[in-house]
Ligand binder design. Structure first.
Ligand code: DGL
Length: 289
């Protein structure tokens, strides 16, 4: 390796990992990054001005995701993780073919983890993710004898973003969403939206003990760790503090995040440049989890 190549690799290792979601859902992935990859520096983006994603059309989601990836490339990240099931379900394949950076989605790691645990798998997800059938397809690809039920839960994300997790109404809604899955006798429940693990204190009062819950964030981060190892891009230098950016109100995001982060983050507002008349970069290296 020449000196130039060594310097280049050193720079790449130090670059941040970009992760994004519509809002605070991605914090469930961020906390796993802190746990499993404590040496990596992170750029977090929450598209809070446009949440929820789960009731948007596939075309809208693709447009949002392209804008976010373009912006993250300008921030010089070394890898992008979709900390959002809706984006992974509706845009991952397209943007992987378009952009020259490793982009990891959350559906496949979550589906593979569930297959290891159960045969009757329930998925709670946003309406868009449930309608896309992404979890069912990913699970049945691994084992076509398994049974999968997906329920769209449109009220969950607004309730979480309004900090109403401990509101009794949230428990009523959760019982309604989980009832059809429990009637099917599921043995495994996938949190098919990164916001939903924040509802664990509510869900665990409803789920029988025999049902194993799967948080795909854990498995997405494990895949990212493997990918970084394969590419030789693990960071070994001093950490940069996590950079938090949102498209909506920074104060709201900072206050809401405190309960999950244990600290109040410094949050910047960014305005994403719209993609109109902007060429989408062409690809090609990508990862294949
Ligand atoms: N947390 C995201 C997901 O995993 C998006 C939720 C939303 O904004 O509807 O799907």
């Amino acid at each position: 390796m020449t000196l130039d190549q060594k310097l280049m690799t050193f720079h790449q290792k130090q670059q941040r990992i970009g992760i994004f979601d519509s809002g605070v859902g991605g914090l469930t992935v961020l906390r796993e990054l802190y746990r499993q990859l404590p040496n990596e520096s992170i750029l977090y983006f929450g598209d809070t001005a446009r949440l929820p994603y789960g009731t948007k059309t596939p075309a809208e989601i693709l447009q949002f995701v392209r804008e976010i990836i373009n912006w993250m490339l300008q921030q010089d990240v070394k890898m992008i993780m979709m900390a959002c099931n809706t984006s992974s379900a509706l845009a991952l394949e397209t943007v992987r073919a378009e952009f020259n950076i490793p982009i990891l989605g959350i559906i496949l790691p979550g589906a593979r983890a569930a297959v290891k645990h159960g045969r009757r798998i329930g998925v709670i997800a946003t309406p868009a993710t449930a309608a896309s059938n992404a979890y069912r397809r990913a699970i049945l690809e691994v084992d076509s004898t398994l049974q999968v039920w997906q329920v769209g839960c449109p009220e969950f994300v607004p309730l979480i973003e309004q900090n109403r997790i401990h509101d009794p109404y949230t428990t009523i809604v959760a019982r309604e969403y989980l009832a059809p899955l429990l009637q099917q006798g599921i043995d495994t429940l996938i949190y098919g939206c990164t916001h939903y693990p924040h509802l664990e204190p509510v869900v665990c009062t409803i789920l029988p003990r025999t049902v194993k819950s799967i948080d795909p964030a854990v498995h997405l981060v494990a895949s990212a760790a493997q990918e970084l190892e394969l590419m030789g891009l693990h960071n070994c230098s001093p950490l940069l503090p996590t950079q938090f950016c949102v498209s909506g109100c920074p104060q709201h995001f900072a206050q809401l995040s405190l309960q999950w982060l244990g600290f109040t983050p410094i949050v910047e507002k960014v305005v994403l440049p719209a993609l109109l008349n902007q060429p989408v970069p062409l690809k090609s290296m990508h990862s294949d989890i």
